[in-house]
Design a protein. Structure first.
Length: 114
């Protein structure tokens, strides 16, 4: 039974930074898995924030990211990251990691407020 454990959320002021982590328990070949981050704000649908391409080399981001976020991975640690800079109040949401479409982390709250 594979589990994803997220960490790194919290309260940050506008313009601040956070780094989210998502670690998968054993049972996944991380290096060939589809890795992605999603978010869901109150009253809104869950949306894709960032993901690796099918070849795991390219990366793709939601239009709203505008160069502020970076997705990365450490295959040896079965861990993926989302570095978020220049955070805005509109980024307030629960962030979820996703592996191979069907596996979801528990979610971590990100609140951007002064």
């Amino acid at each position: 039974h594979v589990q994803l454990v997220e960490s790194g959320g919290g309260l940050v002021q506008p313009g601040g930074s956070l780094r989210l982590s998502c670690t998968a328990s054993s049972g996944i070949i991380f290096s060939i898995s589809r890795l992605a981050w999603y978010r869901q704000a109150p009253g809104k649908q869950r949306e894709l924030v960032a993901r690796f391409g099918d070849n795991n080399n390219n990366t793709y981001y939601g239009d709203f990211v505008k160069g502020r976020f970076t997705i990365s991975r450490d295959n040896a640690k079965n861990t993926m990251y989302l570095q978020m800079n220049s955070l805005e109040p509109e980024d307030t949401a629960v962030f979820y990691c996703n592996i191979n479409y069907g596996l979801w982390g528990q979610g971590t709250q990100v609140t951007v407020s002064s």
